[in-house]
Ligand binder design. Structure first.
Ligand SMILES: Cc1cc2nc3c(=O)[nH]c(=O)nc-3n(C[C@H](O)[C@H](O)[C@H](O)COP(=O)(O)OP(=O)(O)OC[C@H]3O[C@@H](n4cnc5c(N)ncnc54)[C@H](O)[C@@H]3O)c2cc1C
Length: 490
């Protein structure tokens, strides 16, 4: 096996069907054709069996918060994948469900003729349940591959509660992972190429299911007939797909990396990568971003220092590169560690450390200075212009600046009846409007607001207790926000 074995598992016991027509890659999370261990494994399987590869990329209708915004972003990614597969002569079958439930029988029909089905292992939202529901019913071997992050999900054997211990662990182990990165263009290795999906599809499939007409779906009114939330409009500023993700990465490395550590907290400066939505939908791999930063720095493994658990002094790159590597390798990947290690509680108050649960219980009856309904929050109708601006940024663009996200969450805790309601409101708003929502980092960020991956702070304050406190006044003093408020303010 050419991918690291720790990234692979069989989820059922069906034998490989050697006389099948193709190897099926069921692309559900790593929606890209490069830097993708799942696709690499599917190519390896196809080569071992001497069969062609069929890439099946479906988009469901029935999942919470499905909307024009999320659909358009994913379909833009499908258009890039279609173009790439066509260029490389590989069969690609994109499918957008016109109505709930149409895709499941299609998967079964495709699986019936497959030698084996390779799919993506993603540790949160509806995907783990979907795999559990399908694994015993799918008429083929089902293999899952983890291409989520630079550190394989299964490698750390515990849930990390604080960043410095996860960082120290990563520093000790990351060099091995950097030597086992996914291939940049796995499709170039495919031996038996058949470009035309139609020639591979079983006749019954061709009669009942049409490949998505991506141009029509991306045209005016193209999503109107699909039963999803049409009020959450596509983002006017963030386009989906690998082409856009690569463009963002290149521009960032050329023009913005050098100021990342100094400017990233200032919303007016647009100093970050803006890649979280593309990372979430798998349009770009964390591996690729990390490798691009290291190449940009002409970094070699002998530069690595001793594991110190600190966010500087390990990579020994320039300070901005070190700061960005820390966001991706520590802060992004600890979210994946937590969701993978605690599949039942990663999105709940039970996942908080004891001190946070205790302080939440102690402050339960503290009077709140303001109380807002979900509707008031959603419509940016609080007394606080800065909070309203952050909410408008999220609703209008589909993203929110990281520093504003922290303040946004802290104030929801401050202005709701209790921590459970704060958690529910944050999850709903973040996941409904955020292109990068429904991700391990959504839950990790939201639960950070309530004390996860943080420590107890003093002195204790009303409503917050020992949970870290933030105010809009100090945020206004610290950050450059003039243009931000002009655009999103009251
Ligand atoms: C309340 C709250 C909610 C959040 N919800 C989400 C969410 O739904 N989806 C999401 O991806 N992130 C979320 N975050 C984390 C963080 O705000 C975003 O990842 C970051 O703002 C994305 O912007 P960027 O891509 O320009 O980041 P950059 O600064 O360019 O960083 C590059 C990448 O590193 C990762 N990263 C950076 N900062 C963080 C962080 N603090 N925590 C985890 N990963 C990080 C992201 O993958 C990001 O794309 C949330 C944080 C908070 C406090």
């Amino acid at each position: 096996m050419s991918i690291p074995p720790i990234r692979h598992r069989h989820v059922n016991e069906h034998p490989v069907r050697k006389d099948g027509d193709y190897v099926l890659y069921w692309m559900i999370a790593f929606r890209r054709t490069g830097w993708n261990f799942s696709l690499q494994h599917a190519v390896d399987r196809a080569n071992q069996l001497g069969k062609p590869l069929l890439i099946f990329e479906p988009l469901r209708t029935r999942y919470r918060w499905a909307s024009d915004r999320l659909h358009r972003f994913v379909i833009e990614g499908m258009a890039d994948n279609a173009a790439n597969c066509q260029r490389q002569g590989v069969a690609y079958f994109p499918y957008v469900e016109p109505a709930p439930g149409r895709g499941t029988p299609l998967l079964h029909r495709l699986a019936k003729r497959a030698c084996t089905v390779v799919t993506d292992q993603y540790p949160c939202f509806f995907l783990p349940d979907m795999i559990r529901a399908v694994k015993d019913r799918i008429p083929a071997r089902l293999e899952q591959v983890d291409s989520n992050g630079v550190i394989p999900l299964a490698q750390p054997d515990r849930f990390f509660t604080v960043a410095h211990s996860y960082r120290r662990w990563t520093q000790k182990n990351v060099i091995d992972s950097l030597l086992a990165m996914p291939r940049e263009q796995p499709l170039t290795d495919l031996q038996n190429k058949q470009a035309d999906a139609d020639s591979l599809l079983p006749a019954g499939v061709k009669r009942r299911w049409k490949a998505a007409d991506l141009t029509a779906l991306l045209g005016d009114g193209g999503l109107a007939e699909i039963p999803i939330d049409h009020d959450v409009r596509p983002s006017p500023t963030v386009r989906g797909g690998s082409v856009e993700a690569n463009r963002r990465l290149d521009t960032f490395l050329k023009h913005r990396l050098s100021d990342y550590d100094e400017l990233r907290n200032h919303p007016d400066e647009h100093a970050t990568t803006g890649l979280s939505a593309h990372l979430h939908f798998g349009h770009i791999a964390a591996h690729q971003v990390v490798q691009a930063i290291l190449d940009h720095e002409s970094w070699t493994p002998d530069q690595a220092g001793a594991a110190n658990g600190k966010n500087h002094g390990f990579w020994n790159t320039s300070p901005p590169a070190e700061a960005l590597l820390d966001q991706i390798l520590t802060w992004r990947e600890i979210g994946f560690n937590q969701a993978y290690q605690r599949p039942q509680t990663y999105d709940r108050l039970e996942s908080l450390p004891d001190w946070a649960q205790k302080t939440i219980a102690e402050t339960r009856s503290d009077p709140r200075p303001y109380l807002y309904t979900l509707n008031q929050f959603e419509n940016a109708q609080t007394h606080d212009e800065l909070w309203n601006a952050a909410q408008r940024e999220l609703v209008e663009t589909g993203l929110m600046h990281n520093y504003m996200r922290m303040l946004w969450g802290k104030k929801i805790l401050h202005w709701t009846e209790n921590a459970q309601q704060a958690l529910d409101f944050m999850i709903h708003l973040n996941n409904k409007y955020g292109l990068d929502g429904r991700d391990p980092n959504s839950y990790c960020g939201i639960l950070w607001v309530l004390g996860r991956t943080d420590r107890a702070w003093g002195p204790k304050r009303p409503v917050f207790g020992s949970i870290r406190y933030m105010t809009s006044d100090s945020t206004r003093r610290k950050l450059r926000l003039g243009k931000y408020l002009q655009r999103f303010g009251d």
